[in-house]
Design a protein around this ligand. Sequence first.
Ligand code: ADP
Ligand code: MG
Ligand code: ZN
Length: 485
Amino acid sequence: MATSYGDFEPVIGLEVHAQLLTRTKLFCRCETSFGDAPNLHTCPVCLGLPGSLPTPNEEAVRLAVLAGLALGCTIQRRSVWARKNYFYPDLPKGYQITQYEEPFALSGQVTFLLDGEERSPRILRIHMEEDAGKTLHAVGNASIVDLNRAGTPLIEIVGEPDLRSAAEAGLYLKRLREVLMAVGANDGNLEQGSFRCDANVSVRKLGDTKLGVRTELKNINSFRFVEEAIDVEIRRQIRELELGRPLVQATRGYNSEKRETYLLREKENDAGYRYFPDPDLPVLILDQAYVDVVKQALPELPDARRVRYQGLGVPAAAAQVLTSHPRVAGFFDECLVWSSDCAVDATKIANFIIAEVLRDASFAGLSASFPVTPKQLVELLRLVQEGTISGKQAKALLVEMSGTESSPADLVKASGMAVMSDEAALEGMARELMAANPKQVAQYRAGKATMLGFFVGQIMKATKGSANPALTDSILRRLLSEVPE
Ligand code: ADP
Ligand code: MG
Ligand code: ZN
């Protein structure tokens, strides 16, 4: 989507809500879950019953700090829990616990190449907060409230308005998701809503430095629609301005069928939320020693991984595919360990994974299952490299091996699939064949060249078609032309 918007420049800033992968909620010990019976995972704290008190979840804080560090943020020694007050049926307490004036992480960035140009959109801040429940509308003529999700830990990553196109917003979102998944903080699931994005969009005349009036696009649940919705909204705003109509700050939704954004509500401002520090929760102190301990758990991040893969000769696009899910990168890394014994080329492994293995892989959040093990895959590619089987045979073997413990070499033997290139064995067979068919040998030697085909055919029959044809041909020609003693 390398789009041009004429005299206008789009300005986009994303707010991303990512659910932290903890076993329990942020302020109580109810399980976090998806898809269970409504209101199964609730207690006085997350139901907001009077007299109940919140206790912060240490693992949620650790994952939040890990994510903040991975995104290059400065972790704040002191952060403050605040109440954001509003009324909605899925918010039992009547307020959401969040961080407002003093969030736990400030000023990070995400770096990537866009059309060959390096871009580093900044992150303004990251704060922790609890999720609300879910309201299911139109159940008969009623609405029902499910509070299983109420109190689930989230981080909200607030981006600076540094993005300049829908495509750039999409890339920023993908990179962000990759990093959160790589550190194990989030499972990156847009469809189930554990990774959600609100897009703030404005436009201004090229050259202007002042920000234009923005609208906020809410809860768009796929990468494709995020980019599409932003693009559609940019065009709508430009159209309005060109018609001389002023823009209003508002929250808008996206109708993907009509390819239109529509007004949800005119923007409420922060004053309406009457934020104040939560008197039930002490200030959160994260000292340097704690941050250092968390930092030690940082794995190799996707950017570094891509650089390492490209250093092995893997093309950039393939390195990108491999690092788009931590388990795929992990699978590739394990292949590299196995291949160090037999020097199977890293690029060949990468290409085979992308072209053949991923098709039959399945993913559920951060976990994945692959049709074969890295060891099986490397053995398979080693057979190709040694000329034992062809690339085409390798694909067939992959299917046969899927979900089994079989070694590819055993399967090759059992199916007689391998190209037989054992020169001594072929020569022995040829000699036996010649001894058994003296008449045909004599005919060949008398000048009937087509007799060669008879011998090749016999060897192919004896080896079930696996004899290396070129080698068989040359052995037979040599033996048949030998001057008999
Ligand atoms: P809220 O949406 O809660 O009122 P902010 O006012 O801080 O919070 O803005 C949140 C997001 O909106 C940030 O990601 C920021 O980059 C983006 N943003 C702010 N102003 C604009 C603008 N004029 N155009 C595009 N994005 C903007
Ligand atoms: Mg907002
Ligand atoms: Zn609870």
